[in-house]
Design a protein around this ligand. Sequence first.
Ligand code: NAD
Length: 496
Amino acid sequence: MTEMDAAPRLPRIGLFIDGSWVEATSGKTIPVFNPATEAQITEIAAASVEDVNRAVEAAHRCFESKAWKRMRPLDRGRLLEKLALVVEENADELAHLETLDNGKPFATSRYVDLAFTIDALRYFAGWASKTAGEYITLSPFFDDGGVYRAYTERRPVGVVGGITPWNFPLGQAIQKIAPAIAFGCTVVLKPSEETSLTTLRLAELIEQVGFPKGAVNIVTGYGHDAGAALVEHPLVRKIAFTGSTATGQRILASAAKTMKRVTLELGGKSPTIILADADLSRAIPGAANAIFGNSGQVCTAGSRLLVEEAIYDEVVAGVAEIAKGLRLGPGHEQNTQLGPIVSARQLERISSLVEGGIAAGATPLAGGARSDRQGWFFEPTVLTGIRPDMEVLREEIFGPVVCAMPIKSFGEIKAIANDTPYGLGASIWTRNLDRAHMLADEIDAGTVWLNTHNILDLAVPFGGSKLSGLGREFGTEAINAFTETKAVCMRLSDDS
Ligand code: NAD
């Protein structure tokens, strides 16, 4: 047995509320499976509405406490720095746990998920002491001889409800927790019921670091009850959500009742666009990586491959060859390149969309079905013969499946690329700077990459247009997402 085979220590199971571990009041649990073997690993607590209410009240008490309100911004940053340090010290163990729970290859867990998580903690630690307002000289519409001034400040919105998906569990949790704490909010976070283990381990580390009680609360549970309760609670002032468009729409409707602030990071159907003059030695592996990385379970996955006709056959054959050569296997095996799909339900969804596409006339150049090995594996798939109306082209699949389409002229790229209700990401591969920037201007997406795909950096605001979401996280725009502007106006008198 190698170190890679060793089962990681499981985290404490329960709800982390007000700095303590408690059982779910309902006593209900949710089974947790290893997607590589389909075997049950453990079970987690299913928080009830009552549990969520207690967590929100704890977060609210902490938010209103003098100790929290008066904590120096630098000291909030220091909490995040300390957490970064202990996450870093436990990075291997956390990565093993993620691979066990989510299925992704250990190298992805360790050098993508954990690397991002640690960076995000440090990035937002720096922000804690850098919010500032403005000082404004007023021009009142009446002139009463007074001198008027105003200043603005950025106030934390209050209790933040964070709700996360299963594809990058730890990174997503920190993406909500770190800016909330940096900007002076408190948090109740509900991780995905599919992958809660690393977030529970994170709660143990938050306890170890000594965050004030109630500053961060973690409640595991289902979306339709625990998640919905968080969205409905009047003391939650903001929801930071990442997940599917359908859930995002439900959250937006529900949040309207209490006029909560929301940021929604939702689904996508992002195009990888390869122009005839591209460097194919980079574009072909780039296109394959854009869709097969993390087994396609990436919101910005390059799931539509749009290629200029002159190089279409060469590109599609190249991506198919890479797909056929990828080694599927459990994430803990050292040579695995593609892990399993997170759940039986998600595997079923991918299978049914691909079967529907093939029945409608698409041709698989690679893959096209679930793998016959044990576990929830789907073969990396390249589909050709795609028509614009096909469901497999229009729906987000969230699996290792790319639909390839030839493009006849440069002029039609914009229309084809934008022919989707989503607008999350896009990549353009070309050596022609003019064409690259002309197209980048035209594509309706939150992020456009040139000669690369899926590069996320915490300094660059990230989010989607159209059905891909609302608002931006990361970068300077994170300030808007977690704070509210308050203006204080004054009349200065020189009567004295
Ligand atoms: P999902 O919407 O099913 O679940 C996401 C979270 O929402 C889970 O924690 C779930 O329990 C919760 N939830 C479900 N119903 C709820 C409700 N009614 N009220 C409150 N919470 C509820 O999404 P998923 O299947 O876990 O994740 C995959 C989706 O996430 C894909 O569509 C993908 O594109 C998207 N995603 C987007 C980004 C991004 O940054 N734009 C990143 C990762 C994933």
